[in-house]
Design a protein around this ligand. Structure first.
Ligand SMILES: C[S@@+](CC[C@H](N)C(=O)[O-])C[C@H]1O[C@@H](n2cnc3c(N)ncnc32)[C@H](O)[C@@H]1O
Length: 289
């Protein structure tokens, strides 16, 4: 154990060589679609440092050699968990939820076939804040329309964030962007040593199913035809050609006229895809309207 500790990186020994970075960068782009220009070297380095320490390896270059020479599923998972960017929030980009309630849901209710549930996909859901925001908003809408029901699929490639999402436990500070009334209704306060935490209520959690999914997979293994897809702040990390490929694949799982929400910093302009813009960062699939 001591020998292992002694071999761990010393300050100044942490640099990832450009060659090793290039190899890791190519792997990240091929496996995850995430572009990795040279400028990302310090980020990759700092993200992998913890794992290098856990493994007791002497340097990041040793880690790169270890990663490629002895590939195993477990290390691949650690690697993906380390290099993905998972920043998210409750009620992030709130105009999308206002548009959903004010336009998309009333439209769905008006044209709904009997017994049809509103199906939403939170694609790249990170630690759950986005799908649980959707769950709160849709549950509120359902409270005013007895015939309305919904289901949410939430997927991500990182098993680390999916575990957090599945547990649905957050620091109180994290849920503050949610309106007080919704927090009171849908979040349970921790007691004793968990006083600073809240848990998403079981009835809300029951509306969301979490699965691992990589957008680079040839098939998504999804049978549903979604009425809305939230694909926000994910494709900003992808090459244009990858964005086009993923959105075309996604479109196959969307109903005609379904809505696609992307991040405010993202645009689908110029891509060869079956969507037309509706308003800033909201698109609609061809057909149905
Ligand atoms: C910045 S978060 C965005 C979370 C949420 N959609 C939001 O807007 O707050 C991006 C998420 O996309 C996931 N991701 C990145 N590449 C992916 C891929 N190839 N397949 C599936 N998920 C991916 C990351 O793991 C991360 O959790």
């Amino acid at each position: 154990m001591t020998a292992r500790r002694e071999s761990v990186i010393e300050p100044g020994q942490t640099d990832l060589s450009p060659q090793a970075f290039e190899r890791l960068a190519q792997y990240i782009t091929k496996e995850l679609g995430i572009k990795m220009p040279e400028g990302k070297l310090p980020m990759v380095q700092s993200r992998l440092l913890r794992r290098v320490r856990e493994l007791g390896l002497p340097s990041l270059d040793h880690y790169a050699a270890y990663f490629f020479d002895s590939p195993n599923q477990d290390e691949r998972e650690h690697f993906i968990n380390s290099v993905t960017t998972n920043k998210t929030d409750f009620f992030r980009e709130p105009e999308h939820f206002a548009f959903l309630c004010g336009t998309v849901l009333p439209e769905f209710s008006a044209g709904r076939a009997a017994g049809r549930r509103f199906q939403v996909w939170s694609a790249g859901c990170s630690s759950g804040e986005e799908p649980y925001t959707l769950a709160m908003v849709l549950a509120e809408y359902a409270a005013g329309d007895a015939a309305f029901d919904f289901a949410i699929l939430a997927t991500d490639v990182s098993t680390r964030v999916l575990k957090v999402a599945h547990e649905g436990v957050y620091d109180q500070a994290k849920v503050l962007p949610a309106p007080l009334e919704l927090r009171r209704k849908y979040l349970l306060r921790g007691r004793g040593e968990n006083e600073s935490l809240v848990r998403v209520s079981p009835r809300l959690r029951a509306k969301v199913s979490f699965h691992s999914l990589n957008f680079m997979a040839d098939s998504f293994g999804i049978r549903d035809a979604f009425d809305a897809v939230f694909f926000r702040n994910v494709m900003i990390y992808f090459e244009r050609s990858t964005q086009e490929q993923v959105i075309n694949r996604m479109a196959k799982h969307m109903a005609p006229g379904a809505y696609l929400f992307v991040g405010h910093a993202e645009s689908l302009a110029g891509l060869d895809i079956p969507f037309r813009p509706v308003r800033t960062s909201v698109y609609r699939k061809a057909g149905g309207v």
